[in-house]
Design a protein around this ligand. Structure first.
Ligand SMILES: *Cc1c(COP(=O)(O)O)cnc(C)c1O
Length: 348
């Protein structure tokens, strides 16, 4: 049975949901790809600025309904930043203390947003340390480690309830190709690709799910080899995606294809996207769009038509001092010109 506090907390989250609107599906007009419309599900417009708003709501409901989160429970999360921003929002909504465990190089803007929502930040030097540090803090404070990397796929209701896949297919209903040929996504927890892939199976859609993976991530090799013990020694440079270990929430069996995206290609694609969209996006969106352009070029070459859908995961305004700072890019990512030239050739 629920305590009064738990009942009120669940009502609070449901009421917040009731006040919220769905995100837009933007159609990109790319004149050099006739008959291949590209769509971006714009997750940057959630109140906390990223697709992690959906995940944070699901994780809080999951924790509350499981009895893991109670009145006064300190919430702890390992994050590259976006999830922490969204969870800080929901923690404040419920009046719970929140601590984010993050790599020291996390974008300053995200740190400010976590603090804005009343959360605290605990930094670790190596991104691989976030898990152990979170567990230790949870033990020490008798708090609850949310553990998005384990629970994302199961906390999200993939069968329906306005999850991101259901929303995309509803918004595509009146388009010339209502069932997209491809959906392209990147993986952080792997929760979003799990939701989309399961939905495609459940509904029997012929849409192929392609997951793009940045450098320094083990997801692609795991998908190919099945070796769940793979680990890396450094973190991904593309915030939000790519992991140094195989996360339990990543579901390889729902993915049709995977594609490695060089980090410099993700950043080059951001610069191109800003010109065609008039907006700035985060680097994971650059990786997604790089994958979209490769698939669109192949379809064009083969004389095929059809829609491609991907996600605009968060806004570039969070990364003005990194991915949108040429000096930072040169020092941390390298030369992007080779990839800018390739994009010009494809989209030219
Ligand atoms: C988390 C995240 C992703 C990946 O989504 P998952 O559902 O965790 O795989 C992509 N981009 C950004 C900015 C993210 O924060």
């Amino acid at each position: 049975m629920n305590s009064n506090w738990t009942t009120r907390a669940i009502n609070e989250i449901n009421a917040d949901y009731q006040r919220s609107a769905d995100t837009h599906l933007i159609r990109l007009a790319l004149p050099t790809f006739p008959g291949i419309p590209v769509y971006l599900k714009d997750e940057s417009t959630h109140p906390t600025g990223s697709l992690k708003h959906r995940l944070a709501r699901s994780l809080f409901l999951y924790g509350l309904c499981n009895g893991w989160i109670q009145e006064g429970t300190t919430i702890i999360e390992a994050s590259s930043g976006s999830t922490a921003v969204s969870e800080a929002y929901f923690a404040r909504l419920l009046g719970l203390p929140f601590i984010a465990v993050m790599p020291a190089r996390t974008a300053q803007r995200k740190i400010e947003q976590i603090t804005f929502y009343g959360g605290r930040c605990h930094f670790v030097d190596n991104p691989c340390e976030i898990y152990a540090a979170s567990e230790a803090l949870a033990r020490e404070l008798n708090g609850h480690y949310m553990d998005q990397f384990t629970f994302a796929e199961r906390a999200t209701d993939w069968r329906g309830n306005n999850n991101i896949a259901e929303s995309i297919f509803q918004q595509m209903a009146s388009e010339p190709f209502a069932i997209p040929t491809h959906i392209v996504m990147s993986a952080g927890t792997g929760g979003t690709s799990a939701t989309i892939g399961r939905w495609l199976r459940l509904k029997g859609h012929a849409t192929r799910l392609t997951v793009v993976d940045p450098e320094n991530s083990v997801f692609l090799d795991y998908w190919r080899s099945g070796d769940a013990g793979l680990t890396g020694t450094v973190g991904s440079r593309i915030e939000g995606i790519g992991r140094p270990r195989v996360e339990p929430s990543f579901m390889p069996g729902v993915i049709d294809d995977m594609l490695r995206v060089p980090d410099a290609a993700s950043v080059a694609t951001l610069q191109w996207l800003e010109r065609v969209l008039g907006r700035r996006a985060g680097a994971s969106t650059g990786a997604n769009m790089w994958g979209v352009l490769q698939l669109a070029a192949k379809m064009r070459e083969e004389g095929r038509q059809g829609a491609i859908v991907t996600l605009l995961c968060d806004s570039g305004e969070r990364y003005l001092d990194t991915y949108y700072n040429p000096v930072w890019v040169k020092e941390n990512i390298g030369d992007t010109r080779l990839f800018s030239d390739q994009i010009s050739m494809i989209t030219g």
